[in-house]
Design a protein around this ligand. Structure first.
Ligand code: SF4
Length: 175
C-alpha cells in the first residue's frame, strides 16, 4: 500500500463516516439510530460522524426491509460509496424482512440487494446495541486492512444480482 493510501486508510479508520438509509423501515429503527448519534449516547466519541453524501461514506447503515421501490435507490447509494465500504443492516427487518417478510412489496432483507457486513438484532435495536454494532464493524475494518481483506482491495466487488419482483397481479411497480 502506498503512503498516500495508508494515510487515507488511517483517517477512515480513526473517523469513519456513516450514511443512514431507510429502505422501508417503520421509522423506529431510525429513531434509535438518531439517538445513538446525538449527545445522549454520543457515538461521536468514537470518531464516528453521520454524513449525508454517500460519496463521503465509509459505513452504510440500512434500516428496514427493502421495498421494491427502494431496490434501485439502495443499489445506487451503495455504488456511489468509495471503496472500501461496509454495510450494517439494522434490526429484524434489515436482516430478514422482519414482520414484512414475504409481503408483495418487499424483497426481504438488505442482503438481497447489496452485500452486508454486519447485522444488528432487535426490533428496534437499542442505541447501545447500535453503537456496539458500529464499533464491531470498525474492528472488522481494522482486521480487513491488516489481513488485506476485502475492504482494502482497489476493485469494487461484483454487484449483486438485482432481485426479480414476484409477479403479483395488480401490484406491479411502475416508477
Ligand atoms: S426491525 Fe422493528 S423497529 Fe426496525 S423497521 Fe422493522 S419493524 Fe420497525
Amino acid at each position: 500500500m502506498k503512503l498516500s493510501e495508508r494515510i487515507v486508510a488511517w483517517a477512515r479508520l480513526k473517523s469513519p463516516w456513516i450514511i443512514l438509509f431507510n429502505s422501508g423501515a417503520c421509522n423506529a429503527c431510525d429513531i434509535e439510530v438518531i439517538a445513538a448519534i446525538t449527545p445522549r449516547f454520543d457515538v461521536e466519541r468514537f470518531g464516528i460522524l453521520a454524513k449525508s453524501s454517500p460519496r463521503h461514506g465509509d459505513i452504510l447503515v440500512v434500516t428496514g426491509p427493502v421495498t421494491r421501490k427502494q431496490v434501485k435507490r439502495l443499489r445506487m447509494i451503495y455504488d456511489q460509496m468509495p471503496e472500501p465500504k461496509y454495510v450494517i443492516a439494522m434490526g429484524a427487518c434489515g436482516a430478514t424482512g422482519g414482520v414484512f417478510r414475504g409481503l408483495y412489496h418487499v424483497v426481504d432483507g438488505v442482503d438481497q440487494v447489496i452485500p452486508v457486513d454486519m447485522f444488528v438484532a432487535g426490533c428496534p435495536p437499542r442505541p447501545d446495541e447500535i453503537i456496539d454494532g458500529v464499533v464491531k464493524c470498525l474492528e472488522l475494518m481494522k482486521a480487513d486492512m491488516k489481513n488485506g481483506g476485502k475492504a482494502w482491495r482497489v476493485k469494487a466487488p461484483a454487484p449483486a444480482a438485482e432481485p426479480k419482483p414476484a409477479a403479483v397481479p395488480g401490484t406491479e411497480v411502475t416508477a
